[in-house]
Design a protein around this ligand. Structure first.
Ligand code: FMN
Length: 487
């Protein structure tokens, strides 16, 4: 193992200590032994990947070119510098009438200097041939899950691992449905399931297929997990119908790929901590005090931050929704556990406290199930206040550059949120009215908030929790980087 080069590429010994949670002597030992312990390899592989350096996950051997000459002086350097390879795009072509446009897409990907490998579904082969795809990509085109040659030379797991980004273009209604449900019955869908690389889908289909509630639900589900979509556009379709369903224009797809490549997001290099969901405060071994938070808003914010390149730690109370892709999730149950986990996730550039943290816990929760002792008997519970996570983070000596809280209130929402921002020393508060019986916020897909900042109160229109997350992240990026991003 080229230990010096790996440690250099990770930013030095101190970074490696932080990454692995070890002291300086451990890193010296690894250097002396010439290898990292087995458990650390995946973490190192992931950290290197985030820095745009590809190594073999098993051996940590570099896939990128290594130069032993200093780039400025041309002299031999004792510490080899790694020249990152060009991004590797894995293009999945599924079986729609727009499959022929993927040939143009391959050419434009290559024009950008990116490498491209292609997988075709069996249906895609009805529209274009693997031969023309290979001729343009300059690489083998993969079509079979169970091909001995492919598995020996380039198995599905390696195809998934080596991709810096996966693009499905065109994306059929079928492949979207399979990805949404986690089906893995051919090479394309298996690779989608086996990868955590950023994923962009460019749907193209008949307008009725696109508008169908099943396709719409699948798209929402995928979006919630961090999948990016480009298109479809509206206009005349090959099938003679008019409406939304055309593949997005190729230059627009290229721009979208550019944005999902690691290191390209507006928040690249920043860290974020997000709290989400309810807390459960035990009364005894079987009962607890909880609230109605679903975690949908906090999880959507974590997803949106990760999409912009932030390294996100999501501290989640007990929820029934899947963990977002590309986010480090810390599962907790009580407010005190969430408080500890939030402090452990510091320092961070951004903190978004979206969890509905219980204000009180039971002071002397019983270690057994509390039993009824008589007909009219009921135990009294003594409550104690829980630590205030938002206020702790805002007053912390390593205070994030931007501290954002939520205020879920039933009365006098804006006044309460304005006072809460000042009292807790938060930068922004997103205030929502959870008291309207006809418009429940908890568990719903939608939200309507007021953004309270030092400059005043901005009413935001009602929108989906995902759109709200995107809008919030757009504001965060503008505040921290002065960059306008499109979401
Ligand atoms: C002529 C023809 C054109 C088609 N065009 C599309 C299309 O544009 N989008 C789509 O989602 N499905 C389209 N289909 C249906 C898909 O080919 C079908 O759902 C197939 O199962 C998709 O498989 P795949 O997702 O594995 O590629 C078309 C089918 C035919 C016969």
């Amino acid at each position: 193992m080229d230990m010096d080069a790996i440690i250099d590429a990770l930013g030095g010994a101190t970074q490696v200590q932080t990454l692995l949670g070890v002291g300086p002597s451990a890193v010296s030992n690894y250097r002396a032994r010439g290898q990292f312990p087995e458990y650390a390899r995946v973490r190192i592989w992931q950290a290197l990947k985030a820095r745009g350096v590809t190594v073999d996950p098993e051996t940590l051997a570099f896939a990128d070119k290594i130069s032993t000459n200093d780039a400025n002086t041309g002299q031999h350097s004792p510490h080899p510098k790694i020249i990152p390879k060009s991004p590797q795009i894995l293009l999945i072509i599924s079986g729609g009438i727009a499959a022929y446009k993927s040939l143009e897409l391959i050419r434009r990907i290559k024009d950008k200097g990116w490498q491209v490998r292609c997988i075709m579904t069996a249906s895609a082969e009805q529209f274009i041939t693997p031969l023309s795809v290979s001729a343009l990509s300059g690489e083998t085109t993969y079509t079979q899950l169970f091909s001995l040659t492919d598995e020996a030379e380039m198995g599905h797991i390696r195809l998934a691992r080596e991709a810096d980004a996966i693009v499905v273009a065109p994306a059929t209604a079928n492949i979207m449905a399979k990805a949404a449900y986690g089906l893995a019955d051919d090479l394309a869908s298996t690779v989608l399931l086996a990868s955590d690389a950023p994923l962009l889908m460019a749907p193209a289909m008949n307008p009725f297929m696109w508008a169908h509630p099943a396709t719409q639900a699948n798209q929402r589900q995928l979006h919630m997990r961090g999948v990016r979509f480009i298109g479809p556009d509206s206009g005349d379709m090959a099938c003679g119908e008019d409406g939304a369903g055309r593949l997005a224009d190729i230059p627009v797809i290229i721009d979208a790929i550019d944005r999902i490549l690691p290191g390209q997001g507006a928040l690249n290099g920043m860290t974020a901590l997000v709290t989400s969901g309810p807390t459960h405060e035990p009364i005894d071994r079987v009962r607890y005090i909880a609230n109605r938070s679903s975690g949908k808003q906090g999880h959507a914010i974590a997803t949106a931050l990760a999409r912009q390149g932030a390294k996100v730690t999501l501290i989640s109370g007990p929820v029934d929704i899947p963990p977002p892709a590309g986010v480090h999730v810390v599962a907790v149950e009580t407010a005190r556990q969430m408080h500890t986990a939030a402090l452990a996730a510091m320092p961070a550039d951004i903190a978004v406290c979206a969890a509905a943290v219980g204000d009180f816990s039971v002071a002397d929760a019983a270690n057994h199930k509390i039993k009824k002792t008589g007909d009219n008997d009921a135990p009294s519970l003594t409550l104690r206040q829980n630590p205030d996570i938002l206020a702790t983070i805002a007053a912390h000596q390593m205070r994030p550059r931007l501290v954002i809280g939520f205020a879920a209130e039933t009365d006098d929402v804006i006044n309460y949120a304005t006072a809460k921002r000042l009292r807790k020393k938060a930068d922004w508060i997103l205030a929502n009215d959870v008291g309207q019986n006809d418009k429940p916020v908890f568990g719903s897909e939608h939200n309507m908030v007021h953004l309270v900042t030092e400059y005043g109160v901005e009413p935001w229109p009602e929108m989906s929790k995902h759109d709200l997350a995107d809008q919030l992240v757009k504001r965060i990026a503008k505040d921290l980087t002065a960059k306008e991003i499109s979401v």
